[in-house]
Design a protein around this ligand. Structure first.
Ligand SMILES: Nc1nc2c(ncn2[C@@H]2O[C@H](COP(=O)(O)OP(=O)(O)OP(=O)(O)O)[C@@H](O)[C@H]2O)c(=O)[nH]1
Ligand SMILES: [Mg+2]
Length: 280
């Protein structure tokens, strides 16, 4: 991402000039920071006596909120974790990565395919479940996503499994039917298990820039979210969308997806991310 490589030359000697700030502003917008984070960053830079790489990192980190909290743990198993997002953002892959992470922490997981919309979605999650050696619940045919989620919570309760990860269908965030469907999933798991869902994570693709901000706002208005998972950060030079997202929705960033394998998931760390964005 290496923002300093682009903007550092405008602060040669550390001095802050108006011309430099205008150039920096343009580059931040270019890097998907969005208007609010761009203006805030430029404001802070303009007030600094001198600007160097470390100070820019600090200014960016300040806007990224706190480090990620660990995944919630219900007082009695199972902990229910719902995964939302538009098509192709990396929901199913993130479910598998989160399952792997929980298993590594010694927690048992069950995967539920509540994406009954897209042909092949159930099979795709089943492949991950088999690879992880995790039990799996899906609908045999085009079923009701809420019913799948309900059955999954039921199965995990009976079997004493620690966590249920529910993969849902991806459709456009503007789709009214999808929003109703997701609300129903939330309602139904809450009925089966008081306090559930314990986590509702929204998966966003970092490569789509400001569009991810609009998706986050639409989902946050439809269902109560507990965190964001931002994927495909390996595939973009513009990680600024992470800063923009943090500004746009009052939902903490929990994990970053950095590739296609099970290991490519990081707990979000603002200082580390600011370093990557500015200096690498
Ligand atoms: N480079 C990269 N690719 C990713 C990442 N996460 C997911 N992908 C890829 O993105 C594509 C879509 O991932 P899925 O997990 O199927 O996305 P989805 O949101 O479940 O898609 P739908 O179910 O169709 O809505 C796949 O090719 C994944 O391998 C990531 O962090 N980095
Ligand atoms: Mg999927």
């Amino acid at each position: 991402m290496g923002l300093w490589k682009q903007v550092g030359r405008f602060f040669a000697g550390g001095a802050v000039h108006t011309v430099a700030l205008e150039e920096v502003q343009r580059m931040l917008v270019e890097a998907d920071f969005g208007v609010a984070a761009t203006n805030d960053t430029v404001e802070r830079l303009s007030r600094a006596d001198t600007v160097d790489q470390a100070s820019l990192e600090r200014i960016v980190a300040l806007q990224l909120g706190a480090a990620a909290a660990p995944l919630a743990r219900a007082p009695e198993p199972p902990t229910v974790i719902l995964i939302f997002g538009v098509n192709g953002t990396g929901k199913t892959t993130s479910v598998a990565k989160l399952a792997k992470r929980l298993q590594t922490e010694g927690r048992s997981v069950l995967l539920a395919a509540a994406d009954t919309f897209r042909a092949g979605a159930t099979e795709q999650l089943k492949v991950w479940a088999d690879r992880l050696g995790a039990p799996f619940v899906g609908a045999s045919q085009r079923g009701d996503p809420a019913a799948v989620a309900f059955d999954a919570v039921e199965a995990a309760t009976t079997r004493g499994i620690d966590a249920v990860l529910v993969d849902t269908a991806g459709r456009l965030h503007t789709d009214e039917r999808l929003r109703e469907e997701l609300k129903k999933v939330v309602r139904v798991v809450g009925k089966r298990r008081s306090g559930a869902p314990h986590e509702s994570l929204l998966v966003l693709d970092a490569t789509v820039g400001q569009n991810a901000v609009r998706q986050a706002q639409a989902f946050a208005a439809a269902v109560p979210l507990t965190g964001l998972v931002i994927t495909k950060l390996d595939g973009t030079a513009k990680g600024g969308s992470v800063v923009a997202l943090r500004r746009a929705v009052p939902v903490p960033i929990r994990f970053l997806g950095t590739g296609e394998t099970l290991e490519d998931l990081e707990a979000f760390d603002p200082v580390k991310f600011a370093h990557r964005l500015v200096s690498e």
